[in-house]
Write a protein that binds this ligand. Structure first.
Ligand code: NAD
Length: 245
């Protein structure tokens, strides 16, 4: 019996990629393609799990509907504020949720490498994160760039909010060793580029990932959907799905 899926945001760029990738997997069946004008909660009844790739203001309602219906959820949407994140975390006490800023295996490897490099290179290296996405992306910085900065700030024993400095303009003074620079570039049809820079006097390490197709995110999210239906309630990410913890 294929896993019956609801795709929330089915009319969007990621929604199209999810529907098309699921069509090539005999273990999956998309039974509900939901977008802005559709009733999410009633469509959920006939599904085993839902996948949300919409926008940040939509996810909490979807998560609450899934929690009320007892249906597992995969969240790919990014750009949530702290209140929205707390509401999603609360729903995860009732259902299993995979909430990941990036579903590609390559980026999840980059997360792992970033933690390793930060530990090896130590506090002498200045840290900067640069991301580039297509001109239509609405949130900034990307969820993946935020996660990279969280990994760097955790390695330094700092909080994300204290450490991150978004862009620089005017007489900003010398860079402090405590800050993590964050830069969001936008243009064209770039699917998603991320670079973490570790810069010291005399040398520099750069870790870069470039996505060239949304299918890499879609196949990862579909893999997460198959995994999440086997899990107890809780908040998980792609590192859990891939067994990288
Ligand atoms: P998009 O704008 O192309 O698609 C979003 C879709 O959601 C649209 O079709 C829109 O009509 C729909 N939508 C809006 N309100 C809705 C509602 N109330 N109910 C149902 N549908 C609604 O955007 P996209 O490029 O597909 O990206 C979607 C989200 O996924 C963004 O937050 C993006 O940053 C994120 N994203 C995450 C990953 C990842 O790996 N986690 C990868 C790519 C994109």
């Amino acid at each position: 019996m294929p896993l019956k899926l609801l795709i929330n945001g089915a009319g969007g760029r990621m929604g199209h990629a999810l529907v098309s990738c699921a069509a090539h997997d005999s273990g999956l069946e998309v039974v509900a393609k939901i977008d802005v004008a559709d009733d999410f909660a009633s469509a959920l009844t006939g599904c085993d799990a839902a996948i949300d790739f919409t926008n940040a203001s939509v996810t909490v309602g979807a998560a609450e509907a899934c929690a009320d219906a007892g249906k597992p959820l995969v969240i790919g949407t990014t750009g949530h504020n702290d209140t929205q994140r707390a509401a999603i975390t609360a729903c995860a006490t009732r259902i299993p949720i995979v909430f990941a800023p990036n579903f590609s295996i390559g980026v999840n490897t980059l997360f792992w490498l970033t933690a390793k490099a930060a530990a090896i290179l130590g506090p002498e290296f200045d840290l900067e994160v640069v991301e580039m996405h297509h001109r239509l992306k609405k949130d900034a910085p990307s969820g993946t760039a935020r996660r990279l900065a969280e990994i760097l700030s955790e390695a330094r024993g700092q909080s994300y909010a204290e450490a991150v400095r978004h862009g620089r303009e005017g007489m900003v003074g010398e860079r402090t060793s405590a800050e993590i620079g964050m830069h969001a570039l936008r243009g064209g049809d770039v699917v998603g580029d991320h670079t973490v820079i570790f810069a010291n006097v005399g040398e520099r390490v750069e870790l870069t990932h470039k996505a060239s197709s949304r299918d890499t995110f879609a196949t990862g999210a579909l893999r997460a959907a198959k995994w999440v239906v086997t899990q107890p309630p809780g908040l998980y990410d792609m590192q859990d799905v891939l067994g990288l913890r």
